[in-house]
Design a protein around this ligand. Structure first.
Ligand code: ZN
Length: 202
């Protein structure tokens, strides 16, 4: 079943989600929700979807970066982003630790703000302690693009959106991103878009 993806401006996207108990995780309701979220994410398509994005304030997200999403992307771009396919999996009650400073800068988007992108600094390396869909504890160490996806999804579970962390001057429509910025180096984009350029108001 495809679910409706909640759009920015809905209060639920700004609320903290609650953790799930092991019994809840194994319940038919949560199994069905996971299946529906998987279908909704693939249909979008997206590389991650958090429960608050489909109207459930639960600490649960699904993640999958399929090889077909990047089959036409230039090799150098994938290498630069450290982007590799990630098989489908579920994270529940995640606890995120950054293993590096959040200073890797790339454009990022979100299914709850379709049609826009911005540069978001993220940590290159992270650790996530969580439960899987069988309520089994899991420890994930991730780097590169996968680490970015995890940081993005865990933010959703705390009422956060990428626009809270973006370099605001780089906020762009997807159309203008494809037209002007897609193939330019991040440092050049930041200069052209005037990151840090406005004088302080007094
Ligand atoms: Zn998102």
């Amino acid at each position: 079943m495809r679910l409706k993806i909640v759009q920015t401006g809905e209060a639920g996207l700004r609320e903290a989600s609650r953790p799930l108990s092991p019994d809840e995780i194994r319940s038919a309701e949560i199994r069905q929700l996971i299946e529906a979220m998987k279908e909704t994410m693939r249909d979008a398509p997206g590389v991650g979807l958090a429960a608050p994005q489909v109207g459930h304030l639960l600490q649960l997200a699904v993640i999958e970066d399929r090889p077909e999403y990047t089959k036409d992307a230039p090799r150098e771009q994938l290498a630069e982003r450290e982007r590799e396919p990630v098989p489908f999996h579920v994270i529940i009650n995640p606890q995120l630790s950054l293993l590096a400073d959040p200073k890797i800068e790339f454009f990022e988007g979100c299914l709850s703000l379709p049609g826009f992108m911005a540069i978001v600094p993220r940590a290159r390396k992270i650790r996530v302690k969580c439960l899987d869909e069988n309520a089994k504890p899991r420890m994930i160490e991730a780097s590169g693009w996968y680490a970015r996806i995890l940081q993005h999804e865990v933010d959703h579970l705390h009422g956060g959106l990428y626009i809270d962390r973006m370099l605001t001057q780089t906020f762009t429509t997807l159309e203008n991103y494809n037209r002007h910025w897609k193939d330019k180096p991040i440092s050049q984009i930041k200069t052209t878009m005037g990151v840090g350029g406005l004088p302080k108001l007094s």
